[in-house]
Write a protein that binds this ligand. Structure first.
Ligand code: C2O
Ligand code: CU
Length: 460
């Protein structure tokens, strides 16, 4: 009998444990981008047709130990091309998920294997990075948690993914169009329904005295959350995934721009029946509950403040003395406008830019350019002054590397991957260009990125 692959394998059927039979390895997990219907609005309102990962809002939590590998096969069951970006991970450039820059978009019906090592512990997230304004707006995002090898001493670890959606309350459908000129030229697509972990009334339960780690992720398209703790006393221990050198008492408002994360460690101080939870300020017009916490029972409160989270590798402060200087002028939008900018190789005036759906420019360039905003040698230190000549705040996000704010007194702020720039308030950031590749630098108000505030740097 001729030995074929089939008979060969069949012939081995009865011989268990032969060492040359490869052990069955776990299949690479899949992340399926597909349509689903989800109850985002409160009970009594219609459900919403969303674009989801694996049918849920938010997508499934991906959780791996620090230094481990994320392996996920994106399966695209949508009718449009898509890709996944792993926000805040200091990732290998080829895995960054930016369609048109680091990979081709994944066509409907196709698959794409993401496989990368996660160097840093912390709170991250993943989201679509092809036509992000619409795809993230329709639900394509989820939490990505990288665990420290020695986790902090807490009773529970809660991931809270904050989002808002712009829905028609009568039908539950997303308001169309996504590329709305009014939203693009103003503050972005701000929703009329705010939720946590995909739910309108997400609630926590706790006992008095418990210590909780709260991981807040702002997955909203444009909303800046202004938050305050009620019935809890705590500390900020990490920003955008990166541990602070020392926990900072979270006594004042917590401002969370789109894409930003904050890790809090809090002690529950409320006693049963006391109001407790996370409050948000809506248009500076009073506070209301974002997350309610029901307190019952009690436990001994820990006497000491939490220890700092273990530092991530490769987080030394850059030496500013031999830094390369760049200036990024942000222009455009309603109420400020601009004279002209380059768009696809042409200089256009503001009217002509608007006709092409471009409302914003970064240093005279609307949208992506052939050449990078900055080209840096690996290991170089870059300082970028952000000059906001618009009438709006922008959440500027750099892919691939975290940066620090250079404060007015020359000191350096904590590591971040996204920072809010306010109108007419100069802001400077510095980073070590230690991750080779092509990295986007854009506003995370996704309607702004889609209409001009999107550029890239290169590390060679
Ligand atoms: Cu959340 Cu271009 O990224
Ligand atoms: Cu912006």
């Amino acid at each position: 009998m001729k030995l074929t692959r089939r008979t060969f394998c069949a012939g081995l059927g009865g011989v268990a444990g032969l060492s040359f039979i490869r052990p069955a390895t776990a299949q690479t997990p899949t992340l399926t981008a597909r349509k689903a219907t989800v109850q985002l609005a409160p009970e009594g309102y219609p459900a919403t047709d969303v674009w989801s990962y694996d049918g849920t809002i938010p997508g499934p939590m991906i959780r791996v130990p620090q230094g481990g590998r994320v392996q996920q096969t994106l399966v695209n069951e949508l009718d449009v091309p898509t890709s996944v970006h792993w926000h805040g991970i200091r990732i290998d450039n080829a895995m960054d998920g930016v369609a048109g820059l680091t990979q081709d978009p994944v066509a409907p019906g196709e698959r794409y294997d993401y496989d990368f090592v996660v160097p840093d512990a912390g709170t991250y997230w993943y989201h679509a990075h092809t036509n992000s304004m619409e795809q993230v707006g329709r639900g394509l995002s989820g939490p990505l948690i990288i665990d420290e090898s020695t986790p902090p001493d807490v009773d529970r670890d809660e991931v809270l993914m904050l989002n808002d959606w712009l829905l028609d309350p009568d039908t539950g459908a997303f308001s169309e169009p996504f590329a709305h000129p009014m939203m693009m030229s103003h503050g972005g697509r701000t929703g009329n329904l705010i939720g946590v972990n995909g739910q309108f009334a997400y609630a926590l339960t706790a006992r008095t005295g418990e210590r909780l780690r709260l991981r807040l992720i702002n997955a909203a398209n444009a909303r800046i959350f202004v938050l305050r703790l009620q019935g809890m006393a705590g500390w900020t221990v990490a920003l955008d995934g990166m541990p602070l050198d020392a926990p900072e008492p979270a006594t004042s408002e917590i401002i969370l721009a789109p894409a930003q994360r904050v890790d809090l460690i809090v002690d529950v101080t409320a006693t049963p029946d006391d109001p407790a939870g996370i409050l948000m300020s809506l248009n500076n017009d009073g506070w209301e509950a974002l997350v309610e916490m029901t307190v019952s029972g009690s436990t001994e409160r820990r006497p000491d403040a939490p220890a700092p989270l273990p530092a991530n590798p490769n987080t030394a402060r850059p030496d500013l003395n031999d830094a390369q200087q760049f200036e990024m002028v942000m222009e455009g939008g309603a109420m400020a406008g601009m004279d002209s900018a380059m768009y696809q190789g042409e200089t256009l005036d503001f009217r002509a830019l608007i006709d092409r759906g471009q409302f914003w420019a970064l240093s005279g360039q609307a949208g992506m350019s052939e050449t990078p905003f900055a080209s840096l040698n690996q290991g170089a230190v870059a300082r970028v002054t952000l000059i906001n000549r618009t009438a709006f705040a922008h959440a500027m996000h750099l892919h691939g590397m975290h940066f620090r704010e250079v404060r007015a007194d020359g000191s350096l702020g904590p590591l971040r991957d996204t920072i809010l720039s306010y109108p007419e308030q100069p802001l400077e950031i510095a980073f070590v260009a230690d991750n080779p590749g092509k990295w986007l630098f854009h506003c995370h108000m996704l309607a702004h990125a889609a209409s001009g505030m999107n550029t890239w740097i290169e590390v060679v």
